[in-house]
Design a protein around this ligand. Structure first.
Ligand SMILES: [Mg+2]
Length: 219
């Protein structure tokens, strides 16, 4: 189950999930199961051209999943590939008394297992609406967008009694820019040019353990 940060921490590291904590985009794995890969790619292209905002593009992509049985989730989870260095980063942060949060425009139905397996302390994501064991094609509840990511970082910092100056945000996409602006240190990870430009530092290699030296910790 999703968790919220409960205890004090020395510092807080918040990661995006898709293409940051994991090498995959959850919606693309789900679309593959739904047979809607082409439709999802078309929506993604329109979003990248600026024709749709994140919430609109998420709703349109989730709509292509209507009718998919919830029994696909374990198979999708098994296809998720954690990013190299993810376990080292999380272990290193924990060893130094820090906490790790993950906030995702993807889905709880996948992240609940992935984040728990990786030892993440707190996470938030979107939730897919399910009726009679089948995806309805709707998102359940509020959408986790750029603002919600920044809100999660602030909430976890408050819960962990961590000043914002001792928070770190790591992400690859435009959707991560708000939380990166709030954090004391922002790290563009395997990121698009606009995100690299906005970030304090950029990691070019796809290896999350490269973040440890940026935190003054050994990789
Ligand atoms: Mg991402």
């Amino acid at each position: 189950m999703p968790r919220e940060l409960a205890s004090p921490a020395r510092f807080l590291v918040v990661l995006d999930a898709d293409s940051t904590l994991i090498q995959d985009e959850a919606i693309e794995l789900l679309a593959d199961e739904a047979g809607s890969t082409d439709r999802v790619a078309a929506v993604t292209e329109r979003a990248m051209r600026g024709e749709l905002d994140f919430a609109e593009s998420l709703r349109e992509r989730v709509a292509t999943l209507e009718g998919v049985p919830e029994s696909v989730f374990p198979r999708v989870v098994s296809r998720v590939r954690p990013t190299p260095g993810a376990e080292q980063l999380i272990a290193g942060v924990h060893a130094a008394g820090g906490a790790v949060g993950v906030v995702s425009g993807g889905f709880h139905e996948i992240l609940d297992t992935v984040a728990a397996d990786l030892g993440v302390d707190a996470w938030r994501a979107n939730r897919l609406q399910i009726a009679d064991g089948t995806l309805t094609g709707l998102v359940d509840g509020d959408i986790v967008d750029a603002e919600a990511k920044a809100t999660a970082l602030r909430a976890w910092a408050a819960a962990g009694e961590v000043p914002l100056a001792r928070t770190v945000a790591i992400g690859d996409g435009a959707n991560d820019l708000r939380m990166m602006a709030v954090a004391g240190l922002s790290v563009a990870f395997n990121a698009k040019p606009a995100v690299r430009e906005a970030a304090d530092v950029a990691c070019e290699r796809v290896d999350l353990s490269d973040v440890l030296p940026l935190l003054g910790l050994r990789g």
